[in-house]
Design a protein around this ligand. Structure first.
Ligand code: GDP
Length: 297
């Protein structure tokens, strides 16, 4: 997912480490190249600018440039700053699913991978965390989407709320809550309706459901291939319904990775998971140090 960024940065750092002794100008020149590489990866201008500013401030001091391995030290600073950009300095708290039955609201645009991600997350919570999970689709306008979730449920062995035609999303959400409590489930996942773009009807619907179940987590599913657009979608959803975390899908594709790098800094929301394929186990937790390592190759 970060191949071209990784290649570009690799080139810059190869030159730095081969050079041996470094002047402050050498570092500044390298950082200009890093900035261009970030922009080409579709990282937002402000994030790229701040990133380079912070790295430059740390890397141009005598402690680095006069050290025995200045190039390596610059790479270490870049690694640590990448990690900060990806996760924020405080790191990630665990998902809030400690108070059964804990509701998780899944929101996002149609086609972002919301239903698939709901299934993947249910499977992960069941298999890796030993939780009893119930899934419910609130997409009353698209019966096919409701069926899709039921089929996924059967495939992964996770219960879905029986479909009752004619109910409003908020009624289905309340039914899921009751069923989750009565059935002794730890978590219930609500797969809300998507639209092709953000509109008021969709937001009102999600807000109503939110008020009815008071989710502990509201996870926004966005297509990672859309780069800065994904970040804009996150900002809009957050302003309208409040988001607690982000899932970036299609990170197995040839996207440039900019959404992953800009998301936290621009929206303040942590990336929780990345979708790495269509299969039900293709969901990875987002680990900033591993991702920073991957970017640096
Ligand atoms: P929804 O409309 O947001 O519920 O989207 P769906 O869950 O139906 O997904 C739309 C399409 O994207 C489906 O063909 C999924 O298999 C595919 N998809 C979802 N997540 C991923 C991912 O992480 N990687 C890839 N390659 N495809 C994905």
């Amino acid at each position: 997912m970060f191949e071209s960024l990784s290649d570009r940065l690799g080139g810059v750092f190869d030159r730095l480490t081969k050079q041996g002794a470094l002047s402050e100008d050498d570092v500044r020149t390298a950082m200009r190249e890093v900035r261009v590489a970030l922009l080409e990866a579709d990282v937002s201008l402000e994030v790229a600018r701040d990133f380079v500013k912070r790295v430059t401030a740390k890397a141009t001091g005598a402690a680095v440039t006069k050290s025995i391995t200045p190039g390596q030290q610059v790479i270490k600073i870049v690694h640590d700053e990448l990690q900060n950009v990806l996760a924020g300095e405080e790191g990630l708290p665990p998902l809030k699913i400690d108070n059964p039955p804990s509701p998780i609201l899944m929101v996002g645009l149609q086609g972002s991978g919301k239903t698939t991600t709901t299934g993947k997350l249910a499977k992960r919570l069941t298999e890796k965390e030993g939780k009893r999970v119930l899934m419910a689709s609130l997409d009353v306008n698209r019966p096919a989407a409701m069926e899709q979730l039921a089929i996924l449920g059967t495939q992964i062995g996770v219960d879905t709320l029986p479909i009752v035609p004619g109910q409003r999303p908020v009624d289905i959400a309340k039914r899921a809550k009751t069923q989750a409590a009565l059935g002794g489930y730890d978590v219930y996942l609500l797969d809300t309706a998507g639209r092709l773009q953000i509109d008021q009807v969709l937001m009102d619907e999600v807000a109503q459901v939110h008020a009815a179940v008071q989710p502990r987590e509201t996870l926004l599913v966005v297509d990672g291939l859309t780069g800065q657009v994904a970040v804009e979608v996150a900002q809009e959803f957050d302003a309208k319904v409040g988001v607690t975390g982000v899932v970036l899908t299609r990170m197995d594709g040839d996207g440039r990775g900019g959404a992953a790098l800009s998301m936290r800094a621009v929206t303040g929301k942590p990336i929780r998971f990345v979708g790495m394929g269509e299969k039900m186990d293709a969901l990875e937790t987002f680990e900033p140090s591993r991702i920073a390592g991957r970017i640096l190759g």
